[in-house]
Design a protein around this ligand. Structure first.
Ligand code: ADP
Ligand code: NI
Length: 219
């Protein structure tokens, strides 16, 4: 990338750090920084547009619908306003906005409305941050924030619950591994994403084995 791009990224990093000051640990600046670095690692092989990959990684979590009354457009809108202030060309702005719009786990479960190599790269990087050692740390941080218990052998897996049971249960954090974290490996799109996910996935399996053994006082 030329100097021009470097300056754009410098300004973007500054903006994102400011915007996320005081954010909760799961989505703070360090989450963005990890996703950014991982996206660039993946891009070494994929050869997507480095500026689009970088901007999308940096701007993907500046406004989460969860904390904005479920408004799914707030993220792409805020990112768009910022990019306009940098005089980026319209095509890049639109592409980055589409990536942000389509990035979330939820939107990936619905109909696919947009596809690009750069979306695959940033999505893999974001999902990789939810698994492995970091993913485990984030899950328990989230669980603590929600005041969830670690594990309860009496509570059956969420996927086996009826809607009614689910509503009345405060699911332990360990359940989240089965609901989401252990499924992410098979959703990877890029070659590097698949390789990294395999390693992180196996680490989580080892972790869970240890967890259950320690739970029973056996290790
Ligand atoms: P993302 O930003 O990847 O779309 P979320 O906002 O859903 O993910 O979650 C942020 C972090 O909190 C992730 O690491 C995720 O695994 C974790 N998390 C989300 N929901 C739960 C849950 N019910 N229990 C434990 N961890 C969770
Ligand atoms: Ni994210």
């Amino acid at each position: 990338m030329q100097t021009d791009s470097n300056l754009i990224l410098e300004k973007t990093i500054k903006f994102v750090k400011q915007t996320l000051a005081g954010a909760e640990a799961g989505h703070d600046w360090f989450h963005i920084d990890r996703v950014y670095k991982t996206a660039l690692t993946i891009n070494q092989l994929e050869k997507g547009d480095p500026l689009v990959v970088s901007l999308a990684a940096l701007l993907h979590d500046i406004a989460d619908a969860k904390f904005n009354n479920g408004d799914e457009e707030i993220g792409p809108f805020k990112a768009g306003e910022f990019m306009k202030s940098l005089d980026l060309n319209q095509e890049i702005i639109r592409h980055v906005q589409e990536i942000i719009r389509n990035l979330s786990y939820k939107s990936s479960l619905g109909t696919i409305t947009f596809q690009s190599a750069e979306l695959d790269i940033v999505q893999d990087a974001d999902r990789l941050d939810a698994i492995g050692a970091i993913g485990i740390a984030r899950a328990f941080t989230y669980g603590g924030y929600k005041n969830r218990i670690l594990y309860d052998p009496e509570i059956k897996p969420v996927l086996e619950m009826t809607k009614e049971e689910y509503k009345n249960t405060q699911a332990p954090t360990i359940n989240h591994f089965y609901e989401k974290l252990l499924r992410l490996k098979d959703l990877m799109k890029t070659q590097t994403g698949k390789t990294l996910a395999e390693k992180r996935h196996n680490f989580m399996l080892t972790y869970l084995e240890e967890f259950y053994q320690e739970w029973e006082g056996k290790a």
